[in-house]
Write a new protein. Structure first.
Length: 229
């Protein structure tokens, strides 16, 4: 597989599997674009938009917001993302088979006819996810949202509770509480196989990355498997 055309890279993985962290490495080192539906939802909530008011409670509880709402958001954003960039990471979308079907349909539009889809599955046991999410902190600045870990030395902030990038305070996500974590994992596993089967049946190769190891190892493996020099 060679990434010599326009590409969408879909990161499929449970919450806390490192989709955001790996995306940010690709943004910083390869100048790709990351489009995180979770970040976009949190931005709406912070900006108190009409949509933000409707989804606030759902996000806090760790449930998924409706397919129709999220698909509308993605449709609107995706074209924008490709204006200045040819490699776009989808972080957190699709999360259901309906969303996978919608993505496939969106990409049939003429403006996307050169765009290739790459599916990357991040693999990690649930027990590691629970440990990770209970130690996760994020930047409170909604434009930044850099992710940190209090348990992984390579992801600790340089100054305690302060973002390395923008100096804002770090906070814990409300949905990183144990009940919401367990709900989110359950929801993820409910949809995972349907999404993978859908892409597999469409002829897309699914690349699997084992992610319970240091982030630099994951990044190197990712580059190798996608044939990026
Ligand atoms: P994330 O930051 O990707 O973990 O997403 C945080 C929350 O945003 C999720 O728990 C959902 O409530 C909502 N969300 C993000 N992406 C989606 C999606 N593709 N479908 C439905 N809800 C989503």
């Amino acid at each position: 597989m060679k990434l010599d055309t326009s590409n969408i890279i879909v990161f499929l993985g449970p919450p806390g599997s490192g989709k955001g962290t790996l995306s940010r490495l690709c943004v910083n080192r390869l100048a790709w674009t990351q489009f995180s539906t979770g970040d976009l939802c949190r931005e709406h909530i912070t900006n108190k938009t009409e949509l933000g008011k409707n989804i606030d409670f759902i996000i806090k509880s760790g449930k998924l917001i409706s397919d129709s709402l999220i698909i509308k958001m993605v449709e609107k954003e995706l074209e924008k993302q490709f204006k200045n960039q040819s490699k776009v990471i989808l972080d957190g979308f699709p999360r259901t088979k309906e969303q996978a079907v919608a993505l496939s349909n969106i990409l049939k539009a003429s403006c996307f006819n050169q765009v290739k889809l790459n599916i990357v599955k991040l693999d990690i046991p649930d027990s590691d996810i629970i440990l990770r999410l209970s130690k996760r902190m994020i930047c409170s600045d909604k434009k930044c949202q850099t992710i940190y870990s209090l348990s992984d030395i390579s992801l600790k902030p340089k100054v305690e509770n302060i973002c390395d990038n923008c100096s804002s305070n770090l906070i814990k996500r409300i949905d990183d509480e144990i009940d919401a974590i367990l709900d989110r994992l359950k929801i993820y596993h409910l949809h995972e196989n349907d999404i993978i089967d859908f892409f597999h049946n469409k002829g897309h190769k699914i690349i699997t990355l084992s992610v319970n190891r240091p982030v630099e190892d994951i990044y190197r493996d990712f580059l190798t498997k996608l044939n990026i020099n």
